[in-house]
Design a protein around this ligand. Structure first.
Ligand SMILES: [Zn+2]
Length: 104
């Protein structure tokens, strides 16, 4: 095993490697079938989804069953925003969202 642990993100073309610290979670893009966007999804969950056919949850909260053969769609802006926040930013955002939902 080589110590290759790069998170290779390819939203479209010409985008380099984005490295995130403090996390081993590897995200990649996959199509979200009905709203015609590519969403960021935990890669390990995506692999599992391919095998078992279980739905995955994108960073933006979208749930769907991914296909092995994603078409090229524009990146979901919400996923992109959350990805750019990094792991800590996302955690903060999700906690805040949960709090808001509880308040109604
Ligand atoms: Zn999304």
């Amino acid at each position: 095993m080589e110590p290759m642990d790069e998170t290779t993100m390819e939203p479209g073309t010409g985008t380099g490697v984005i490295e995130e610290e403090d996390t081993r979670t590897d995200y990649r893009l996959d199509e979200g079938d009905h709203d015609r966007f590519s969403h960021y999804v935990d890669k390990s969950k995506l692999t599992e989804a391919y095998v078992s056919g279980t739905p995955v949850i994108a960073l933006c909260g979208k749930v769907w069953v991914p296909s092995r053969d994603p078409e090229r769609f524009p990146i979901c802006p919400e996923c992109k925003r959350l990805y750019d926040l990094g792991p800590k930013g996302r955690e903060r955002e999700w906690k805040q969202r949960a709090r808001e939902e509880r308040q109604g």
